[in-house]
Write a new protein. Structure first.
Ligand code: DGL
Length: 295
């Protein structure tokens, strides 16, 4: 009897969605990577579009926003939380882990590990928001894996707007990338980490600017690997549904999307990033959710 109750409790827990949050729309690149890698899982995504960008804000503010987002998602019933935002992962992971009781995966460590693995002992470049670069979170994470690694970090703030405007393939994007990455091109890099949610959208111009032979590390892909193994280790994977022949499309009605403002703009940019707008999209307020928490 006891083991039946235990089995049905774990079946309910395993069928819960994976929570993902970002400061806005950029985390959809991480959602796409997770969706591709884990087609049986369901996702609930929160984009804090009312308070984006995080990349220019202070540690205290990013911690506050990030913990509010995490609690909001936990109060909606999730089995695991992915912090898709590099800035929130770099600045606020300890605060987020203190705020919720589910496992939390950030994008920094998986990205750092993938970079160390592909760099062949050569220098590792990291590009991200001002806050991510200032935090030196990637440098610390890379050093913990390879103390001899040389890390060069650069902030590339304009890339975020270029991606959201749909200007990824334009001459403007090309010249901004050349300007930001000129010195990295001369640095004989073994790998370059795309340390911001939006940068995979600009992969083409970034690769041209830094040198096409330099491996680009997409933290989203690396994080999907980490989430997949964590689900397996914890026995948290969602069982395959009997009608699993249904093809899972990004943004279908099994994945739920929340934003804190401007849902229409989110849908438009989502279409640009993923080729589809969310089927289920709702505008919400995320602050004041402490009282909704269930332990
Ligand atoms: N999501 C942020 C990141 O990955 C970029 C946008 C922002 O500054 O909030 O760092």
């Amino acid at each position: 009897m006891k083991s039946e109750i235990r089995n049905s409790k774990s079946a309910i827990r395993n069928s819960l969605p994976i929570g993902i949050f970002d400061s806005g729309v950029g985390g959809l690149t991480v959602y796409r990577a997770l969706h591709e890698r884990l087609p049986d899982e369901h996702f609930v995504y929160l984009g804090d579009t009312a308070r984006v960008p995080y990349g220019t804000k202070s540690l205290a503010t990013v911690e506050r926003y990030a913990t509010e987002n995490a609690r909001f998602l936990e109060s909606h019933g999730i089995k695991l939380l992915v912090v898709a935002c590099n800035t929130a992962s770099a600045l606020a992971l300890p605060a987020i882990r203190d705020a919720v009781s589910v496992d939390v995966v950030g994008v920094i460590h998986p990205g750092a590990r993938a970079a160390v693995e592909s760099s062949n002992g050569k220098r590792i470049g990291v590009i991200g928001t001002e806050a991510t670069v200032q935090s030196e979170a990637y440098r610390r994470s890379i050093s913990s894996l390879d103390p001899a690694a040389v890390v060069i970090e650069r902030a590339c703030p304009l890339f975020v707007s270029l991606a959201e405007e749909g200007w990824a393939e334009t001459e403007v994007a090309r010249s901004v990338a050349e300007h930001y990455l000129r010195d990295l091109r001369k640095s004989d890099l073994g790998a370059l980490v795309l340390g911001c949610t939006h940068y995979p959208i600009l992969r083409g111009v970034i690769s041209d600017a830094v040198g096409r032979d330099i491996p680009l590390i997409d933290s989203g892909d690396a994080t999907a690997d980490e989430v997949q193994s964590l689900l397996e280790i914890r026995g948290l994977s969602r069982p395959r549904a009997p009608n699993a022949d249904r093809v899972r499309l990004v943004c279908d009605d099994l994945d739920h999307f929340y934003v804190t403002d401007a849902a229409q703009r989110f849908a438009k940019v989502a279409e640009r990033f993923l080729g589809a707008a969310p089927t289920v999209l709702e505008a919400v307020e995320v602050w004041g959710h402490d009282e909704l928490r269930t332990y």
